[in-house]
Write a new protein. Structure first.
Length: 107
């Protein structure tokens, strides 16, 4: 799909709003003015079994809740997918660029 739109074989495709190729191919996201597609939110997901066994996990993940919007996720994905940077370095730089939170110092 992305290659087809990049090459001009099609004019419009359905895409994931956080896909790195949107930036990489200089594509434009159209506004979903009818809310056909649900919003795409990044959220920590952990099995209940893990939280029950290690309750500190919930507290450890709390600082990253609501930290990343679609535009930020797309930019981070671009660095990893298109620029071929190591994801750990991208994440570390992103977290360190955020306002200081004592919970994030271990990253």
């Amino acid at each position: 799909m992305y290659e087809a739109v990049r090459k001009g074989q099609v004019d419009v495709i359905t895409a994931f709003s956080t896909d790195s190729r949107i930036e990489g191919y200089d594509l434009v996201l159209l506004e979903d003015d009818r809310s056909y597609f649900p919003p795409y939110y990044a959220a920590p997901v952990v099995r209940q079994q893990i939280v029950t066994r290690y309750p500190e996990v919930k507290k450890a993940l709390a600082p990253v809740e609501n930290l990343i919007n679609e535009k930020t996720m797309r930019a981070l994905n671009y660095q990893v997918d298109q620029e071929k940077r190591q994801f750990k370095k991208v994440v570390r730089e992103f977290l360190r660029s955020r306002p200081k939170r004592s919970e994030l110092n271990d990253f």
